[in-house]
Write a protein that binds this ligand. Structure first.
Ligand SMILES: [Zn+2]
Length: 408
């Protein structure tokens, strides 16, 4: 009796190939026998699937390994240069676009400023240019690229490839994946920037072995990507993770989201700079003002950090307060989701311990002791490239889930 339909057989082959590729990626160089042992698949199945993977170039034989008795085995490893992916990290003031190999390592990158542009066509034009520039700089043939991943701030519908709302540019419902895919002739996947960064940390950073973690992106805005039981959470309408709009103070500025006292209005990069410029104008930050050449408008996040390193009490207190606001909002997530790890990235995270000490202390004060005491809180693993690597991971994820799509 034919129990499995042809479609099912092909699905089973796809699952087996993906399982084997994942083992080769994480454990390679590895022998066919070892793959068989780790996956429980019989040696003939492993051989045939490894054959397909060698044929489409995703894995390669690397030489003879050590023998555990008997004939020495041929070892197999991922071929990271088989294909390349383009990762676009669209910020609010510029776009950074990188080319990664299959291990998520950046090979080339380009950053272009948006200047005073805000119209969708203008912004998307700068992004297009950054992709053309980085492809040209790489010198790679176009058929070596297998897709473009894009991390975009604000609300994003990854299924339809649409930016639903980008607060920095005040645009709504802008189609992105389809026009880029048409222009470059490649699959394009988009998602919210913080979610893409969380994906990057899961595949290539500190969270590889962790099923429950939160990635906090603290830059010009504050967002997060949340993993629960190994799944990246999107929410019913793609708004999960908006930690920047948790209210942490009863008074203060009204946020663009309509709420007074949002975390974003207190601890984002622009919010910290705004506070420092205001205080410097009022004569409350003399050292910082001096570093800025006497002009409050020239105070930046980097200058604030520099002043803190020089033991300036004002700058130290400013970063500590921002950290405490973040810790306060974070405690809500820690109590709700009990993450194993909280990774913090984005420009503001460069404030280092000046930021992290108060953040951790406040998070601990406000969270259930049992939840917080085992939670690791620290900087993200991928640093400033996290946005590009995360964006590339939107495509790389599909390579590893369905490697047979590259069979000729
Ligand atoms: Zn808000």
């Amino acid at each position: 009796m034919e129990f499995f339909s042809t479609a099912n057989k092909s699905l089973i082959k796809d699952i087996n190939t993906a399982t084997i590729l994942q083992i080769v990626r994480t454990k390679g160089p590895i022998s066919r026998a070892e793959i068989s042992k780790l996956t429980g698949l019989n040696p003939a199945t492993v051989s045939s699937n490894v054959g397909s993977l060698i044929e489409n170039g995703l894995v390669r034989e690397t030489g003879i390994g050590a023998s555990s008795g008997g004939r020495k085995p041929m070892m197999i490893e991922l071929n990271p240069d088989a294909y390349y992916v383009i990762g676009v990290d669209m910020g609010t003031t510029d776009v950074s676009t990188g080319i990664t190999d299959l291990e998520g390592r950046i090979q080339h990158k380009v950053t272009l400023p948006f200047g005073d542009r805000t119209e969708p066509e203008e912004i998307l034009g700068v992004i297009r240019q950054s992709i053309r520039d980085v492809m040209a700089a790489s010198g790679l043939e176009t058929d070596r690229f297998i897709g473009i991943g894009m991390g975009i701030h604000g609300l994003v519908d990854p299924d339809r490839g649409i930016s639903l709302y980008a607060p920095a540019f005040q645009w709504e419902d802008v189609p992105i994946a389809e026009p880029f895919s048409r222009e470059f002739g490649l699959p394009v996947t988009i998602d919210n920037d913080a979610r893409a960064m969380a994906l990057g940390e899961k595949w290539f950073g500190k969270a590889a072995e962790v099923g429950n973690f939160v990635f906090l992106n603290i830059g010009t805005g504050i967002g997060s990507g949340i993993y629960v039981n190994g799944e990246l959470i999107r929410g019913a309408h793609f708004g999960a993770g908006e930690i920047g709009h948790i209210r942490v103070q009863d008074t203060g500025e009204r946020c663009f989201c309509g709420i007074v006292g949002c975390l974003s209005t207190l601890a984002s990069g622009p919010a910290i700079e705004r506070q420092a410029r205001h205080d410097a104008s009022a004569g409350l930050a003399p050292h910082l003002l001096q570093l800025a050449g006497g002009e409050p408008g020239r105070i930046t996040g980097e200058l604030i950090h520099q002043a803190a390193l020089q033991a300036d009490a004002y700058a130290i207190r400013l970063l500590d307060e921002a950290g405490r606001h973040i810790g306060s909002a974070l405690s809500v997530i820690v109590n709700l989701l009990n993450p194993e790890m909280v990774l913090i990235g984005g420009g503001v995270s460069n404030g280092g311990d000046f930021l992290f000490d108060g953040l951790k202390e406040e998070a601990a004060l406000r969270s259930m002791a049992n939840n917080i005491k085992k939670t690791y809180i620290g900087p993200a693993g991928l640093g400033d490239d996290c946005g590009m690597i995360g964006a590339a991971a939107l495509i790389l994820r599909s390579v590893f889930r369905n490697p047979n799509q590259y069979n000729s």
